[in-house]
Structures are given as structure tokens and as C-alpha cells.
Ligand binder design. Structure first.
Ligand code: ANZ
Length: 852
């Protein structure tokens, strides 16, 4: 058989790898484990096994880590490359609601689909380490970790204002609600409510979470997003005294990052949720304040923060005294001040803060400038930069930094203020009123005290329930499982943990997935951690990465791990978008329904020409590409290769199914290069020693080898693949020698592993190439064959020649002087001076004539 038949080749090798456990990673202590080798832990963000199955976006990241995993094994590393399932969470529950099937059943089915699809792509995962976060053997340890958090005082209960979503029957975090106040999933309306919740004290790790970002090899954009999310601000808390009214003499504390602008504070603003608001409302402002509070409760935090939105607010009718100049300034309530940040109250300095400026303009409040620009200009509108203090009594003339310092000292001396550091980061809302999540290892005794369930009683498994639909009334579904809820010690907590919980530590479980006595063994974790390369989507830039970093630091403090950061290097693959087709009036035509008439997409019925746009792949646009069809048609190797060849890994791309033809043809040629057309295992000529005519190909081969190695290390897979394509072209119809064929096949292996294994076998090997050494690039052979020689006359470029690499100075000069163009230029004269950089440049200095 001599045709390239990916179907046969791929199923054969996938079976071989599975049966032989080729990619099983050995742990320290395992027989055969080689401690002298370096380790490499290559991790994909494990998928949520949705009912839709895999789409072509998933394999982008998986292929990238797989190329590296295969390469690192060949480079002599002990490689850990695992895969598992993030299988708890709202979508599973929603899917179950939709299909009427129990989440456990649908999740199991979805996992099977995902696993089969992923296996058909031939990734070199150690399948013995497969885990699922919804498996009681896994979540037993998530519960165990919760116990630790509770014991350390990092888990507590609080009444928290949360989003209640009636449609989903659950509370949602801020990030799960859009700016219109609808749920991101499903688009159901949400309302703010106070409810008892579990919170995790991530804020006590804020400084460390910020500081440790410095040592990470992560994309700058992601580091910046984490920094902003943590949001460290230095400034001061300071007190204003209420003058007059029922609150006369009470102190109102504000937080400011600009204490230097205190002389310009012309009013105060409280968040609508501030506890003093109602009491500060004077009798004639009572109605207006109440009306405003009602209106504000319906707006989302994001909407409230957006600068572009119109500012709203009302005067409370009360005043406070500015402590430095004694002025009575009005107290307002406005929702641009957030309850959850600082003290929930601000001093407004409209001359120097944009939001205050807009507000003062809208409400006709006083604006007093107290900072002038460093460049002496007279600014119009708001001047929010730092500068020199003016109109500020003793601060006048000081630069902003010194003025801040001086003001803080004054406030501290008068005991009406103090220096503070604040973080935007809030504690993590850790409970959900759902079914499909980890139950808490908590019962409440008769007095309502939360007690931990003993370690030996874990896992607390989810009860079987007939209906897990929310019934409304703000009750968790588990509250209906009365038998399950009641225990001799007390009543079980009926909330469950959020989806993030399981993914906060799965990378540790992979180091020791079947441990029945502990979440992981310290020695194993110490050996494999930290993750050397973590690849996944940028959509997890903030929450997943922040939460896992937080837990990891807690584990460090508990002595469960030896480092403080879990992911040394992070890389975000670009998204694959699809093409979508719409009519002028905006109705979507699914990709499969588009009728192509003379190369133009048209409506299948009306014949109207359609508009083409690039969009995210989604079911509703009908533009989701299923990898299974492509694998059936072209093979997994072609698909893998194509996804890597489309462009740089980090870049977003638009899917074009036609492109896969190119990588398929390349693999066919690669197959032909080794196998030929004959009946034998490979081309008979391969068995001969290299013949003289093929030796010139050694240069091309080693140049390719050098580049492919460098490109894999630098995650530049597209250029590595194109180097392989160039090489196959260079061979053309010529037959490689046996040793050339070996090098070629080994280089191909990380990219197109099935075909490479097949060719390796045909070259006469009886074992897998997975652990063959990566061939050594011969530097002399890899040196470029030709270089460019630049010839100047009196410093001006006069000729460019292509020259054989490795010429010495004399050869270089001789070549320059014998060039036609240069000889014409010199017109028989000999240069006064010749400057030579061997193999690169010759500058001829001649007497200037008029023409020169
Ligand atoms: C007076 C002032 C003058 C301010 C000035 C800024 C510029 P960051 O840097 O984000 O920490 N602020 C304080 N608490 C707030 C809250 N709960 N909701 C909305 N805004 C709040 O921001 C701190 C600054 O944001 C504080 O400093 C305060 O306004 C405002 F020329 O005080 B500033």
C-alpha cells in the first residue's frame, strides 16, 4: 500500500499509544523513573464538557501543548501532560434543565463525547491521570480544601448584596451579570438582594497576589489586568464633621488618593447604600432621597462605574465642615460612588477629578482649582494630573507628592485622618443556590453555628434528586432534599460552591490523581510543580488565574506545596472565529444553508446576495465547525497542522476550511518522500548510503532542523511548519538517504505524530519514536548556504551580490572587485583603500570624480 491513508494510520497509532500507555508519566519513586532528567509540566486549561462537543477552537491550544510535550520528551525531559474535565457548573445544570436529563447523566455523556473527540486528535496525554471535578473522588478533596480555608479563618459567612436571578434560580457574581442587569448566561433579569453567603478572604492575600506577579513569564496584558483587578491605591482616610441637622457632630469618613486637594473639596458624596444616608436626609429632602435610593438599587455596578453614563444624584439637605478651611459643604448621595469600595463616601474635588467635575457641572456645584499644571498653562475644564498646589494655605507651592505627604501628616497630627492602602479586590463570593456543584462540608447546629464535617466523613455527595430545577423563592435546590439535609449533628448547608472551585487546584491533582489519602502527595507535587507552560484562552485572564493563585498561596502557607506561584509561563492562544452570513435586513443564514451562485453567497430561497461578516463561532450563527468531519475527511494530522499553520499562535484567526487542503497535500508529499509509489515499506533507495547527489540536501535538512527546534521552543509553530514544507520541496523528486529520512521523520513527529510513527515503522523501527532523541542540528551544515555581500563605493551602496557562506577577507575582496557593476563604476581605476568585513561588506574608497 503506498497511498497516504490517514484514517488507517491514525486509528492504528491511537490504539497503539493507548494500549502501550506510551505517554504515561512516571513519578519519583516509580520503577524506571529517571531523576537525572529535567521535568516539564505542560498544561491545557481543561475544558468544560458542554453538550455541543468540541469545536475547532479547542484544538488550537491542545495542539500547541502537545507539540511541546512530544518535543520535550524527545529532548530528554520527564513530561507531564494531562487532560481532565471541569464538569461542575451552571451550564451543565442549564443543559439538564433543557433536555430533562439529570446533570450527572448528561455530564457523563458529554465527557465521553469530549474524550472520544480529543482522542481522535492524537494528543499525547497521560490518560491514566484523567480527572473530573464533579467526581466525588475529586470533590471530596475540594471539600477538604474548604475545611482548611475555614480553619484558617479564610472562609466566613456574611450578608452580601448579591444578584439574584429568578430565571436561573441562583445568585450570580458581578462578573456574571451584564451592564443591563441581565444574566450573562440566558439573559434573564436580575435584582440586587441581601443574602447570607459564604465568602473567601482573598483580600488578605491582595498584596502578595500583586507582588508575585513580578516573577511570572506571562503576557503583559494579563499581568496588567490582574494588577487592575487587585487595584492597589495609596491615600488617606479622613473625617468630615456634619454641621447641623440630626447628625450634627457625627463624623463622615471618606477615602481619597489625593489628600493634597482637600482645599478644593466643595461637596461630599455618599453611596446610596451608605448607612448614614437616610438619617442625613433633611425633612424637605426626604422624599427625593427615598426616590433616588429606589432607582439606584436597580442599576448594576458596572453601569454605575461607567464614566460615559449620565451622572445622577440628590442633595441630602445636610452639610459638613471642610476640616482645613472650615467651609460648610453640601452632602450629596449619588450612585457613582460605590458602597463596596473605600468607605463608600468621597470628598468631591470637581476641579481635579473627572467624575466629580461632570457631576458638579450637571448639578451646578462649586468648582475650586487647587492644583496648577507643572508647565504653567491655564487648563480649561478638569485638570486631573498632578502639579503644584495653589489656594491651599500652607501647601501652596508644593508639588503634589510633597503636598500629599504634608497633608497626611497634618491630618494624623490632628487625629482626623490617617494614611491607608486600599485594594479594589473584594472578598470572593463563594456560594451558589444551585444543584450541580460541590456541597459544602458544613452543618448548622441548633444555635445556627456552622460546624465542619469531619475529614473522614468526606465526600458529602450530592443527593439524588428528581428535580433540580429552581423553584424560586430564593431557596437552593438542595433545601428540598430533606433526608439529605438532616444529620445527627445538624442541618447541612444547602448552597454549593461556585464553578471556579474545582479549577483552582486541578493542576495539583494531576500530579497525584488517584491518591485516596490526601489531595496530593507533597513529593509528587514538589517534583512536577510549578506548571512550566499553561495554555488557554484570555477569557480566564482574571478570575480563574487569580483564584488559583490565591489557593496556591494558601497551600504554601499550609505547607502543602513548596512554591508560591502555580503557573510559571502563561500563553493565550488566539480565538478562531467563523464567517457568518446575513441578509441586508439582518437575518442569519446558517453556513450550511448558504447557496453559492457564481462564487457569491446567496439566500437559499430568495436568492438575495448575503453580507459576509467575521464572528465568534456560535450555534445560533450556524457557523460552528466540528473537528470530527474534518478528521474523517483529512485526518487528525492535517487538522492539527492546519490549526498551527494558520498564523501565530497568539493571533485570532478566521476559520477557512479550504486551507486544510494545503496541509493535507503537504503530508501526502511527506508520505511519498519516504514511502514512494512502490509496494515495499519504504523507497528501496533509502537503504543505500547517501549518494553524492543527495549530500547537498544535508545543508537544507540541518537548516530546517535548527529552525524547527528554535520555533518549537519559541511557540512559533507556523514558521516551523513552513520550514518543513520548504524542506520537502527542496527534496522534490530526489530520494533521501536513510539518515536524512530519519531526521525528517523525527522533526515531523511533534506536528504530525501519527504519520511520523507510521513512517518510522516503515524505516524499520519496531518501537515508538516518542522517546527517540531529538536529532542534533549540525551547525556547520545548518549555516546558510548563501549570504548577501554588500559593495559600497565611497560609502554608497553600489552592488549587492549573493556569495557562498564562509568566505575569508581576501575572497570577499576578490569577489567584490570582479563584479561587473563595480568594475564599470571604477572604470579601470584602482581604489585608494579597501575596507572588508569578511563575507558581508566591502567599501572601496576612490578619488571623487564629478560623476561620483
Ligand atoms: C478626592 C480626589 C481628588 C480623588 C482628585 C481623586 C482625584 P482609586 O485610585 O481607584 O483608588 N473614590 C473613593 N472611594 C470611592 C467609591 N467608593 N466610589 C467611587 N469613587 C471613590 O480611586 C480613589 C479615588 O476615587 C478617591 O480619591 C476618590 O476620589 C474616589 F483630584 O478623592 B478621590
Amino acid at each position: 500500500m503506498s497511498v497516504y491513508d490517514p484514517g488507517a494510520i491514525e486509528s492504528k497509532w491511537q490504539r497503539f499509544w493507548l494500549e502501550n500507555k506510551t505517554f504515561r508519566a512516571l513519578d519519583p519513586g516509580d520503577p524506571g523513573f529517571d531523576a537525572s532528567r529535567p521535568k516539564s509540566y505542560l498544561l491545557d486549561m481543561f475544558p468544560y464538557p458542554s453538550g455541543d462537543g468540541l469545536h475547532v477552537g479547542h484544538p488550537v491550544g491542545y495542539t500547541a501543548t502537545d507539540i511541546l510535550a512530544r518535543y520535550k520528551r524527545m529532548k530528554g525531559f520527564n513530561v507531564l501532560h494531562p487532560m481532565g474535565w471541569d464538569s461542575f457548573g451552571l451550564p451543565a445544570e442549564q443543559y439538564a434543565v433543557k433536555t430533562g436529563q439529570h446533570p450527572a447523566v448528561t455530564t457523563k455523556k458529554n465527557i465521553e463525547t469530549f474524550r472520544a473527540q480529543i482522542r481522535r486528535l492524537g494528543f499525547s496525554y497521560d490518560w491514566d491521570r484523567e480527572i473530573a471535578t464533579s467526581d466525588p473522588e475529586y470533590y471530596r478533596w475540594t471539600q477538604w480544601i474548604f475545611r482548611k480555608l475555614f480553619e484558617k479563618g479564610l472562609a466566613y459567612q456574611a450578608e452580601a448584596a448579591v444578584w439574584w436571578c429568578e430565571g436561573l434560580g441562583t445568585v450570580l457574581a458581578n462578573e456574571e451579570v451584564d451592564s443591563e442587569g441581565n444574566s450573562e448566561v440566558g439573559g434573564f433579569p436580575c435584582v440586587r438582594r441581601n443574602m447570607r453567603q459564604w465568602m473567601l478572604r482573598i483580600t488578605s492575600y491582595a498584596q502578595r497576589l500583586l507582588d508575585d506577579l513580578k516573577g511570572l513569564d506571562w503576557p503583559h496584558g494579563i499581568i496588567k489586568m490582574q494588577e487592575d483587578w487587585i487595584g492597589r491605591s495609596e491615600g488617606a482616610d479622613l473625617d468630615f464633621e456634619v454641621s447641623g441637622g440630626t447628625c450634627q457632630g457625627e463624623r463622615l469618613r471618606v477615602f481619597t488618593t489625593r489628600p493634597d486637594t482637600l482645599y478644593g473639596a466643595t461637596y461630599l458624596v455618599l453611596a446610596p447604600e451608605h448607612p448614614l444616608v437616610r438619617r442625613l436626609a433633611s425633612p424637605d429632602q426626604q422624599a427625593a432621597v427615598s426616590g433616588y435610593l429606589e432607582q439606584a438599587s436597580r442599576r448594576s455596578e458596572r453601569e454605575r462605574m461607567a464614566d460615559t453614563k449620565e451622572k445622577t444624584g440628590v442633595f441630602t439637605g445636610s452639610y459638613a465642615k471642610n476640616p482645613v478651611n472650615g467651609a460648610d459643604i453640601p452632602i450629596w448621595v449619588a450612585d457613582y460612588v460605590l458602597a463596596g469600595y473605600g468607605t463608600g463616601a468621597i470628598m468631591a474635588v470637581p476641579a481635579h477629578d473627572l467624575r466629580d467635575h461632570d457631576f458638579a457641572k450637571a448639578m451646578g456645584l462649586k468648582i475650586v482649582a487647587v492644583v496648577r499644571p507643572l508647565d504653567g498653562s491655564t487648563p480649561e475644564g478638569c485638570m486631573d494630573a498632578e502639579g503644584i498646589a495653589v489656594n491651599s494655605g500652607p501647601l501652596d507651592g508644593l508639588d503634589s507628592a510633597s503636598a500629599k505627604e504634608a497633608m497626611i501628616q497634618t491630618l494624623e497630627a490632628r487625629a482626623i485622618g490617617k494614611r491607608v492602602v486600599r485594594f479594589r479586590l473584594r472578598d470572593w463570593l463563594f456560594s451558589r443556590q444551585r444543584y450541580w456543584g460541590e456541597p459544602f462540608p458544613v452543618v448548622f447546629d441548633k444555635q445556627g453555628r456552622a460546624l465542619l464535617v469531619g475529614e473522614d466523613d468526606l465526600p458529602i455527595s450530592l443527593p439524588e434528586m428528581e428535580s433540580f430545577r429552581a423553584t424560586g423563592g430564593f431557596e437552593a435546590p438542595l433545601a428540598r432534599a430533606k433526608d439529605w439535609m438532616t444529620t445527627p449533628e445538624g442541618v447541612r448547608e444547602t448552597n454549593v460552591m461556585p464553578q471556579w472551585a474545582g479549577s483552582c487546584w486541578y493542576f495539583l491533582r494531576f500530579t497525584d490523581p488517584h491518591n485516596a489519602n490526601a489531595p496530593w502527595n507533597r513529593d509528587k507535587a514538589d517534583y512536577w510543580m510549578p506548571v512550566d507552560l499553561y495554555i488557554g484562552g484570555a477569557e480566564h485572564a482574571v478570575l480563574h488565574l487569580l483564584y488559583s493563585r490565591f489557593w496556591y498561596k494558601v497551600f504554601f502557607d499550609l505547607g502543602l506545596v513548596s512554591q508560591t506561584e502555580p503557573f510559571r509561563k502563561l500563553f493565550n492562544q488566539g480565538m478562531i472565529g467563523g464567517t457568518s452570513y446575513k441578509t441586508v435586513s439582518g437575518s442569519v443564514v446558517k453556513t450550511d444553508d448558504v447557496r453559492w451562485i457564481s462564487g457569491k453567497p446567496t439566500h437559499p430561497e430568495s436568492g438575495e446576495e448575503l453580507l459576509v461578516t467575521q464572528a465568534k463561532m456560535s450555534k445560533s450563527l450556524g457557523n460552528v465547525i466540528n473537528p470530527d468531519t474534518l478528521v474523517a475527511q483529512y485526518g487528525a494530522d492535517s487538522l492539527r497542522l492546519y490549526e498551527m499553520f494558520m498564523g501565530p499562535l497568539e493571533q485570532g484567526k478566521v476559520w477557512d476550511t479550504n486551507g486544510i487542503n494545503g496541509t493535507y497535500r503537504f503530508l501526502k508529499r511527506a508520505h511519498h518522500l519516504i514511502v514512494g509509489d512502490g509496494e515495499g515499506a519504504c523507497r528501496p533507495e533509502l537503504l543505500d548510503a547517501a549518494r553524492a547527489s543527495e549530500r547537498d540536501l544535508d545543508g537544507a535538512l540541518h537548516r530546517c532542523l535548527k529552525q524547527v527546534g528554535e520555533d518549537i521552543e519559541g511557540l512559533r509553530f507556523n514558521t516551523g511548519i513552513s520550514a518543513l514544507m520548504v524542506l520537502v520541496n527542496a527534496f522534490g523528486e530526489r530520494v533521501p538517504s536513510r539518515s536524512q529520512a530519519k531526521v525528517f521523520v523525527l522533526m515531523l513527529a511533534p506536528f504530525a505524530p501519527h504519520l511520523a510513527e507510521e513512517l518510522w515503522e516503515r524505516l524499520g523501527h519496531s518501537h515508538s519514536l516518542a522517546f527517540e532523541s531529538w536529532p542534533h542540528a549540525d551547525v556547520t551544515l545548518a549555516a546558510p548556504a548563501e549570504v548577501q555581500l554588500v559593495v559600497q563605493v565611497n560609502g554608497r551602496l553600489r552592488s549587492k551580490l549573493s556569495a557562498p557562506a564562509g568566505m575569508d577577507a581576501a575572497q570577499t575582496e576578490k569577489m567584490a572587485l570582479s563584479d561587473e557593476k563595480i568594475r564599470a563604476f571604477l572604470a579601470g581605476k584602482s581604489p585608494k583603500k579597501v575596507i572588508v568585513v569578511a563575507g558581508k561588506l566591502v567599501n572601496l574608497v576612490v578619488e571623487e570624480t564629478r560623476e561620483n
